[in-house]
Unconditional design. Sequence first.
Length: 121
Amino acid sequence: MFEVGTTLRIPEDSHLWIVVSPPCGENQEVLLVNLTTHDPGYEDCSCILEAGEHPFVRKCTVVNYGERGEIRKARVEALKLGVERGAISLGVPFQGPVLQRILMGARTSRHIKRKFRLMLS
């Protein structure tokens, strides 16, 4: 259910979150990054998405790999429970070349902390 490329929305958060790691460790955690509007003050342009590259992307957008601290680890069980309770909704997954660009950005971004980088496959 929470494979690399899975997208999810949390009602109180306007961002689209993307799973960028397989479940890892004893706690079966995944790494989540989000999409944010590209603005001139945003330094990390490791992956820029253009309008239409995904149904959620309607304008120039960057993948937020943690420049502003917004990167999350989440237990798969907690995410499943959130979906069951309606607190999390699943969206259209990223696939193919666009997903590969997102994953390459995760590997090359200087903003991902080492503890998170270790989760990337």
